[in-house]
Design a protein around this ligand. Structure first.
Ligand code: AP5
Ligand code: MG
Length: 194
Protein backbone atom coordinates (compact mmCIF):
# COMPACT_ATOMS: atom_id res chain seq x y z
CA UNK A 1 0.00 0.00 0.00
CA UNK A 2 1.17 3.51 -0.83
CA UNK A 3 -0.08 6.56 1.01
CA UNK A 4 0.38 10.21 0.06
CA UNK A 5 0.32 12.82 2.82
CA UNK A 6 -1.08 16.22 1.87
CA UNK A 7 -1.41 19.35 3.95
CA UNK A 8 -0.10 22.85 4.47
CA UNK A 9 3.47 23.30 5.68
CA UNK A 10 3.17 22.59 9.41
CA UNK A 11 0.04 20.43 9.04
CA UNK A 12 1.91 17.49 10.58
CA UNK A 13 2.87 15.42 7.52
CA UNK A 14 6.26 14.47 8.92
CA UNK A 15 4.94 13.82 12.42
CA UNK A 16 2.21 11.49 11.19
CA UNK A 17 4.34 9.83 8.49
CA UNK A 18 6.80 8.62 11.14
CA UNK A 19 3.92 7.13 13.09
CA UNK A 20 2.38 5.49 10.02
CA UNK A 21 5.77 3.98 9.25
CA UNK A 22 5.84 2.34 12.68
CA UNK A 23 2.16 1.30 12.69
CA UNK A 24 1.86 -0.07 9.18
CA UNK A 25 5.40 -1.03 8.21
CA UNK A 26 5.42 1.40 5.29
CA UNK A 27 8.65 3.21 4.45
CA UNK A 28 8.58 6.95 5.17
CA UNK A 29 9.85 8.85 2.15
CA UNK A 30 10.16 12.61 2.69
CA UNK A 31 11.28 14.68 -0.29
CA UNK A 32 12.00 17.59 2.05
CA UNK A 33 14.45 15.34 3.94
CA UNK A 34 16.02 14.06 0.70
CA UNK A 35 16.46 17.63 -0.56
CA UNK A 36 17.85 18.87 2.76
CA UNK A 37 20.44 16.08 2.83
CA UNK A 38 21.46 16.97 -0.75
CA UNK A 39 21.69 20.60 0.38
CA UNK A 40 23.97 19.58 3.28
CA UNK A 41 26.50 18.17 0.82
CA UNK A 42 27.18 21.67 -0.43
CA UNK A 43 27.56 20.49 -4.06
CA UNK A 44 26.46 22.80 -6.91
CA UNK A 45 23.16 20.87 -6.96
CA UNK A 46 22.92 21.26 -3.17
CA UNK A 47 23.44 25.01 -3.46
CA UNK A 48 20.75 25.29 -6.14
CA UNK A 49 18.37 23.32 -3.89
CA UNK A 50 19.20 25.57 -0.93
CA UNK A 51 18.28 28.63 -2.94
CA UNK A 52 14.83 27.15 -3.74
CA UNK A 53 14.07 25.79 -0.27
CA UNK A 54 15.24 28.87 1.62
CA UNK A 55 13.03 31.11 -0.49
CA UNK A 56 10.07 28.74 -0.02
CA UNK A 57 9.82 27.83 -3.69
CA UNK A 58 9.54 24.33 -5.09
CA UNK A 59 12.39 22.59 -6.90
CA UNK A 60 11.59 21.20 -10.34
CA UNK A 61 9.30 18.21 -10.76
CA UNK A 62 12.08 16.37 -12.61
CA UNK A 63 14.61 16.82 -9.81
CA UNK A 64 12.29 15.70 -7.06
CA UNK A 65 11.04 12.68 -8.98
CA UNK A 66 14.62 11.66 -9.83
CA UNK A 67 15.43 11.67 -6.09
CA UNK A 68 12.32 9.58 -5.40
CA UNK A 69 13.29 7.14 -8.18
CA UNK A 70 16.75 6.67 -6.64
CA UNK A 71 15.23 6.09 -3.20
CA UNK A 72 12.74 3.53 -4.54
CA UNK A 73 15.50 1.61 -6.31
CA UNK A 74 17.58 1.13 -3.18
CA UNK A 75 14.81 0.56 -0.65
CA UNK A 76 12.44 -2.09 -2.12
CA UNK A 77 9.83 -1.66 0.62
CA UNK A 78 6.38 -3.25 0.42
CA UNK A 79 4.85 0.22 0.42
CA UNK A 80 5.57 3.83 1.18
CA UNK A 81 4.21 6.84 2.93
CA UNK A 82 5.05 9.75 0.67
CA UNK A 83 5.59 12.94 2.66
CA UNK A 84 5.86 16.07 0.53
CA UNK A 85 5.42 14.40 -2.85
CA UNK A 86 3.51 14.69 -5.14
CA UNK A 87 3.23 18.43 -4.79
CA UNK A 88 1.94 19.22 -8.27
CA UNK A 89 -0.44 17.48 -10.66
CA UNK A 90 2.52 16.79 -12.90
CA UNK A 91 4.42 15.12 -10.02
CA UNK A 92 1.39 12.92 -9.41
CA UNK A 93 1.58 11.67 -12.97
CA UNK A 94 5.33 11.16 -12.78
CA UNK A 95 5.13 9.35 -9.44
CA UNK A 96 2.29 7.14 -10.67
CA UNK A 97 4.35 6.16 -13.74
CA UNK A 98 7.33 5.43 -11.52
CA UNK A 99 5.30 3.30 -9.11
CA UNK A 100 3.81 1.38 -12.03
CA UNK A 101 7.33 0.16 -12.83
CA UNK A 102 7.28 -1.52 -9.41
CA UNK A 103 3.70 -2.78 -9.90
CA UNK A 104 2.48 -0.26 -7.36
CA UNK A 105 0.08 2.67 -7.30
CA UNK A 106 -1.08 5.46 -5.00
CA UNK A 107 -3.81 3.81 -2.92
CA UNK A 108 -4.70 6.56 -0.49
CA UNK A 109 -4.20 10.31 -0.10
CA UNK A 110 -4.60 11.73 3.39
CA UNK A 111 -5.17 15.45 3.71
CA UNK A 112 -4.26 16.78 7.16
CA UNK A 113 -6.45 19.85 7.38
CA UNK A 114 -5.37 22.80 9.54
CA UNK A 115 -5.95 26.53 9.18
CA UNK A 116 -3.19 28.80 7.96
CA UNK A 117 -3.06 30.32 11.45
CA UNK A 118 -2.39 26.93 13.08
CA UNK A 119 0.22 26.11 10.44
CA UNK A 120 1.99 29.44 10.84
CA UNK A 121 2.03 29.13 14.65
CA UNK A 122 3.46 25.60 14.58
CA UNK A 123 6.19 26.55 12.13
CA UNK A 124 7.23 29.66 14.03
CA UNK A 125 7.32 27.60 17.25
CA UNK A 126 9.40 24.97 15.48
CA UNK A 127 11.86 27.61 14.19
CA UNK A 128 13.48 28.04 17.59
CA UNK A 129 13.65 24.27 18.20
CA UNK A 130 14.83 22.84 14.87
CA UNK A 131 16.34 25.89 13.20
CA UNK A 132 15.05 25.02 9.73
CA UNK A 133 16.22 27.78 7.39
CA UNK A 134 12.77 28.01 5.75
CA UNK A 135 10.95 28.62 9.05
CA UNK A 136 11.30 32.41 8.98
CA UNK A 137 8.13 34.54 9.04
CA UNK A 138 8.57 35.71 5.45
CA UNK A 139 9.36 32.26 4.01
CA UNK A 140 6.55 30.61 5.99
CA UNK A 141 4.10 33.10 4.47
CA UNK A 142 5.37 32.33 0.97
CA UNK A 143 5.34 28.54 1.53
CA UNK A 144 1.67 28.71 2.53
CA UNK A 145 0.89 30.63 -0.67
CA UNK A 146 2.87 28.22 -2.85
CA UNK A 147 0.98 25.29 -1.31
CA UNK A 148 -2.39 26.87 -2.13
CA UNK A 149 -1.35 27.61 -5.71
CA UNK A 150 0.61 24.47 -6.61
CA UNK A 151 -0.43 21.65 -4.29
CA UNK A 152 -4.02 22.28 -3.17
CA UNK A 153 -5.36 21.27 -6.65
CA UNK A 154 -4.19 17.72 -5.85
CA UNK A 155 -6.92 17.49 -3.23
CA UNK A 156 -9.71 17.66 -5.81
CA UNK A 157 -7.67 15.44 -8.08
CA UNK A 158 -7.55 12.65 -5.48
CA UNK A 159 -11.14 13.27 -4.43
CA UNK A 160 -12.22 12.65 -8.02
CA UNK A 161 -10.25 9.40 -8.00
CA UNK A 162 -12.07 8.39 -4.80
CA UNK A 163 -8.86 7.90 -2.80
CA UNK A 164 -8.90 11.08 -0.69
CA UNK A 165 -9.53 11.05 3.06
CA UNK A 166 -9.52 14.34 4.96
CA UNK A 167 -8.49 14.33 8.59
CA UNK A 168 -8.73 17.10 11.21
CA UNK A 169 -5.06 17.97 11.71
CA UNK A 170 -5.75 20.41 14.57
CA UNK A 171 -6.21 17.63 17.10
CA UNK A 172 -3.37 16.19 19.18
CA UNK A 173 -0.84 14.01 17.36
CA UNK A 174 -2.35 10.87 18.99
CA UNK A 175 -5.88 11.84 17.98
CA UNK A 176 -4.78 12.60 14.42
CA UNK A 177 -3.03 9.23 14.24
CA UNK A 178 -6.26 7.51 15.26
CA UNK A 179 -8.12 9.23 12.40
CA UNK A 180 -5.32 8.32 10.02
CA UNK A 181 -5.52 4.68 11.16
CA UNK A 182 -9.22 4.67 10.41
CA UNK A 183 -8.58 6.05 6.92
CA UNK A 184 -5.91 3.44 6.23
CA UNK A 185 -8.17 0.72 7.65
CA UNK A 186 -10.95 1.69 5.24
CA UNK A 187 -8.60 1.20 2.32
CA UNK A 188 -6.98 -2.02 3.49
CA UNK A 189 -10.30 -3.40 4.71
CA UNK A 190 -8.65 -4.28 8.00
CA UNK A 191 -9.77 -3.11 11.39
CA UNK A 192 -7.98 0.10 12.30
CA UNK A 193 -8.05 -0.75 15.98
CA UNK A 194 -5.77 -2.80 18.15
P1 AP5 B 1 8.99 19.83 3.33
O1 AP5 B 1 10.13 19.41 4.14
O2 AP5 B 1 8.08 18.81 2.78
O3 AP5 B 1 8.21 20.93 4.17
P2 AP5 B 1 6.69 21.43 4.21
O4 AP5 B 1 5.75 20.80 3.28
O5 AP5 B 1 6.80 22.90 4.15
O6 AP5 B 1 6.17 20.92 5.57
P3 AP5 B 1 6.88 20.86 6.96
O7 AP5 B 1 7.90 19.80 6.95
O8 AP5 B 1 7.32 22.23 7.37
O9 AP5 B 1 5.62 20.52 7.87
P4 AP5 B 1 4.92 19.11 8.13
O10 AP5 B 1 3.58 19.09 7.50
O11 AP5 B 1 5.85 17.97 7.85
O12 AP5 B 1 4.67 19.24 9.68
P5 AP5 B 1 5.51 18.64 10.91
O13 AP5 B 1 5.10 17.24 11.17
O14 AP5 B 1 6.95 18.94 10.78
O15 AP5 B 1 9.51 20.68 2.10
C1 AP5 B 1 10.45 21.73 2.30
C2 AP5 B 1 10.81 22.36 0.97
O16 AP5 B 1 11.46 21.40 0.13
C3 AP5 B 1 9.66 22.89 0.12
O17 AP5 B 1 9.26 24.19 0.49
C4 AP5 B 1 10.29 22.85 -1.27
O18 AP5 B 1 11.17 23.93 -1.44
C5 AP5 B 1 11.09 21.57 -1.24
N1 AP5 B 1 10.31 20.38 -1.66
C6 AP5 B 1 9.98 19.30 -0.89
N2 AP5 B 1 9.28 18.41 -1.60
C7 AP5 B 1 9.14 18.94 -2.84
C8 AP5 B 1 8.48 18.49 -4.03
N3 AP5 B 1 7.82 17.34 -4.06
N4 AP5 B 1 8.52 19.29 -5.12
C9 AP5 B 1 9.19 20.46 -5.10
N5 AP5 B 1 9.85 20.95 -4.02
C10 AP5 B 1 9.80 20.19 -2.89
O19 AP5 B 1 4.89 19.53 12.09
C11 AP5 B 1 5.20 20.92 12.18
C12 AP5 B 1 5.38 21.29 13.66
O20 AP5 B 1 4.14 21.12 14.33
C13 AP5 B 1 6.39 20.42 14.39
O21 AP5 B 1 7.07 21.19 15.33
C14 AP5 B 1 5.53 19.37 15.07
O22 AP5 B 1 6.10 18.89 16.25
C15 AP5 B 1 4.25 20.13 15.35
N6 AP5 B 1 3.05 19.31 15.26
C16 AP5 B 1 2.81 18.32 14.35
N7 AP5 B 1 1.58 17.79 14.55
C17 AP5 B 1 1.03 18.46 15.60
C18 AP5 B 1 -0.24 18.36 16.25
N8 AP5 B 1 -1.15 17.46 15.88
N9 AP5 B 1 -0.48 19.20 17.28
C19 AP5 B 1 0.46 20.12 17.65
N10 AP5 B 1 1.69 20.25 17.08
C20 AP5 B 1 1.96 19.44 16.05
MG1 MG C 1 7.80 17.79 7.07
Amino acid sequence: MNVVMLGLPGAGKGTQSKRIELQFGLRHLSTGDLLRSEKQRGTPLGRAIAERIDSGNYVTDELVISLVAQALKVSAAKGYVFDGVPRTISQDRMLSDLLAQFNMQIDLAIELRVSREVARKRLSDRASIEGRTDDTAETIRHRLEVYEAETAPLIDHYRTQGILRTVDGRKTPDEVLELVREAVGEITGESSRG
